[in-house]
Design a protein around this ligand. Structure first.
Ligand SMILES: NC(=O)c1ccc[n+]([C@@H]2O[C@H](COP(=O)([O-])OP(=O)(O)OC[C@H]3O[C@@H](n4cnc5c(N)ncnc54)[C@H](OP(=O)(O)O)[C@@H]3O)[C@@H](O)[C@H]2O)c1
Length: 328
């Protein structure tokens, strides 16, 4: 595991340990690695000498999983170093690699953004960084490279704050702004289902790109929020509010009210992608109730304070704006 101590990488590490696989995590050492792994430390942004612990470990691996989402030089350097010492390379990519706007139902053959070059330096836009990561993985591993193009990822360990915000807000109770229509279909993946699929697919020798997302409509906005009400045991009252009202009040979809997008291009891109290739290759998505309940259990064990990635903005509706909307 390149990384492997936070949200998605941690889910992959845990899934591999559950299978009794021998796991090495390579990371900076800022988060504790789970018990039972071999930990190597280094800095992927520090050029080739940042990978010294990997280079000098004297070990070979059946599989490398990489979640890197910054400039692709880090993927290139690690993939090149490991191509002769590892069987397969799975890169956790993103459906952001599709040229925007990705039409509803778009499959893995859709047009792509230009990948950032590994020589581009540090600050590259996310979509081009992820495509650059894919290209670096393919360059070093060819048909031993698996590209898992995830959509929205939620579940225990989430350090973006989307489902944690909804759970925390709904747990507080009272009237809660619920955006749009309860029947609006959502598409996402639980990090643990993504992890299991990556390990199965890589072990089975799959390669190339897969949209690793649930089918559209695996759940709806209403089912998601009602599950939050149930698992928190809250008295929250969902007040379904028209998109036009929310937008006129200055609500930012996706960030102020996480996961929600009004009908339109962005909704089609994020919640209506094609999932059939990954499902045919074994992807299974657990019920939303389980994802919500387990995320709540995890949050409560942390005393309600979800971890927040420092390189992503905090999400959630400003209480003043919420009060204004509720008064309408
Ligand atoms: N959230 C979503 O909805 C969404 C959607 C689509 C795709 N994705 C993808 O999902 C993935 C998320 O992965 P993630 O949660 O595992 O986070 P990540 O940021 O890919 O990985 C964090 C890990 O990398 C290590 N690390 C960070 N900087 C390092 C450095 N300079 N050198 C060595 N190790 C370093 C950290 O180790 P320490 O222990 O040292 O901190 C930690 O273990 C990304 O690929 C993202 O693009 C996310």
């Amino acid at each position: 595991m390149l990384g492997g101590t936070e949200f998605v990488g941690r889910a992959v590490t845990d899934a591999a340990l559950e299978r009794d696989w021998d796991v090495t995590v390579f990371h900076r050492g800022r988060h504790a690695p789970p018990p039972g792994v071999r930990a190597l430390t280094g800095d992927r942004t520090a050029g080739p000498h940042g990978l010294a612990a990997l280079a000098e470990s004297g070990q070979d691996w059946d599989l490398v999983v990489d979640t890197w989402s910054g400039a692709p030089a880090a993927v290139r350097d690690a993939a090149r170093l490991l191509s002769g010492r590892a069987g397969h390379f799975a890169y956790v990519s993103s459906r952001s690699v599709y040229a925007h706007p990705a039409a509803p139902g778009l499959d893995e053959n859709g047009p792509l953004v230009a990948g950032a070059s590994p020589d581009d330096g540090g600050d590259v836009p996310y979509d081009r960084a992820k495509r650059g990561g894919e290209l670096a993985a393919l360059d070093a591993f060819g048909d031993r490279a698996l590209l898992a193009r995830a959509g929205l990822i939620i579940g225990p360990g989430e350090n973006i704050g989307r489902l944690p915000w909804w759970l925390t807000r709904i747990a507080r109770g009272g009237p809660v702004i619920a955006p749009g229509r309860p029947g609006a279909e959502l598409q996402y993946i639980d990090a643990r289902d993504l992890a299991d699929w990556i390990l199965d697919a890589a072990a089975g020798g799959l390669h190339g790109a897969y949209n690793t997302v649930s089918r559209p409509g695996h759940t709806t906005m209403g089912e998601l929020l009602e599950a939050c009400v149930r698992v928190t045991g809250s008295d929250a009252e969902l007040r379904w509010t028209d998109p036009e009202v929310l937008l006129a009040a200055g609500v930012e979809p996706w960030s102020d009210l996480p996961i929600w997008l009004p009908p339109g291009e962005l909704y089609d891109t994020l919640h209506r992608g094609d999932h059939t290739r990954a499902y045919a290759a074994g992807l299974r998505c657990r019920p939303v109730e389980e994802t919500v309940a387990d995320t709540w259990t995890w949050l409560r064990a942390l005393g309600g304070a979800a971890p927040q990635r420092p390189d992503r903005p905090a999400v959630g509706l400003d209480p003043l704006l919420e009060a204004k909307l509720l008064a309408l």
